[in-house]
Design a protein. Structure first.
Length: 313
């Protein structure tokens, strides 16, 4: 066409090609930056997912174990064995924290501040693990105490110590056993004067007939000093407090139980299924288990008998 000059624009074809080249280069650079950022976010998200995949089950396992232990209905010995097993497994639990800690370190290095796949942080699971260890230790101590108390069957630690000391004193040959005369003297020292016939019966029931070992002696003394009142004795004692009534009167009950431990309302407490709990409270209160006879010797008394010396008319 012979046109060599465009009066409407100063842009040439070379200018268009140059601009197109620059645009393509800019798009490529933008795509590279986008891909880099996308890869970074995907990497970080995967770190978060991996962290959540370890932290959440770790946390849930602790919660489940704690709930299982807290709600267990097994006997005390079985519970204690299970708690000891969990305590022994604590080092393994600590090992499971290592990969969680390693992931947390990578996340910190990557500048991750928000973990959208879980509400847990490294500090959360570490503290949870430490608290679980403390919970197990406290539970073990509590169960061991309850088991020991159950073995004592109502006698105090001081009484148990007295029983042990007296046995050691009269076991002169350190044979861990007492013969007939030694047992009689030992029981007399503990305020339990028994006839020769009774001593023989005790030796036969708790020993081998000729001597009694420490465990048999302890079992017998726990039976003597411990909680051996029958249901009928406890109920009779309850009626004795309340003057033959089948209801508990606040005024009468306060003669044997601190008022703060009773209902502060003046109305009567009905004798219902809950009376067992109330009676247990009475049984475990300050009611005496022994009284002094005219000779100053201590003799075993029942719940009812002890009330006779505790309840005021």
């Amino acid at each position: 066409m012979g046109v060599k000059e465009n009066v409407y624009s100063t842009i040439t074809l070379n200018d268009v090609d140059s601009t197109r080249t620059e645009l393509v280069q800019a798009i490529d650079e933008r795509d590279a930056r986008y891909k880099k950022e996308l890869d970074r976010q995907v990497f970080n998200d995967n770190l978060c997912k991996e962290f959540a995949g370890l932290a959440d089950p770790f946390s849930k396992a602790i919660i489940d174990e704690k709930d299982r232990i807290s709600s267990s209905k097994d006997d005390l010995e079985t519970q204690l064995a299970y708690v000891d097993k969990q305590l022994a497994a604590m080092p393994e639990m600590e090992k499971k924290l290592e990969p969680i800690k390693a992931l947390a370190a990578k996340m910190e290095e990557a500048g991750i501040t928000n973990i959208r796949h879980t509400t847990l942080t490294l500090r959360d699971v570490v503290v949870q693990s430490e608290q679980f260890g403390k919970f197990l230790t406290a539970k073990r101590d509590m169960l061991a105490g309850e088991i020991e108390n159950a073995k004592l069957k109502g006698i105090t630690a001081e009484q148990f110590k007295e029983i042990d000391n007296m046995f050691q004193v009269f076991d002169k040959d350190h044979s861990n056993s007492l013969e007939h005369k030694e047992l009689a003297a030992c029981l007399y020292s503990l305020g339990e004067e028994r006839s020769n016939k009774e001593i023989t019966e005790i030796m036969g029931k708790y020993g081998n007939g000729k001597s009694i070992m420490y465990e048999g002696f302890k079992e017998f003394m726990i039976h003597v000093f411990g909680d051996s009142d029958t249901k009928e004795e406890v109920l009779e004692g309850f009626r004795l407090i309340n003057r033959s009534e089948n209801v508990a009167n606040l005024k009468l009950m306060s003669t044997v139980q601190p008022r703060k431990m009773l209902n502060t309302s003046p109305r009567l407490l009905l004798l219902s299924k809950a009376v067992g709990t109330l009676l247990l409270g009475l049984r475990m209160s300050s009611l005496v288990k022994k009284k002094s006879n005219s000779n100053g010797n201590k003799t075993r008394t029942s719940f009812k008998h002890s009330l006779l010396y505790t309840v005021h008319p």
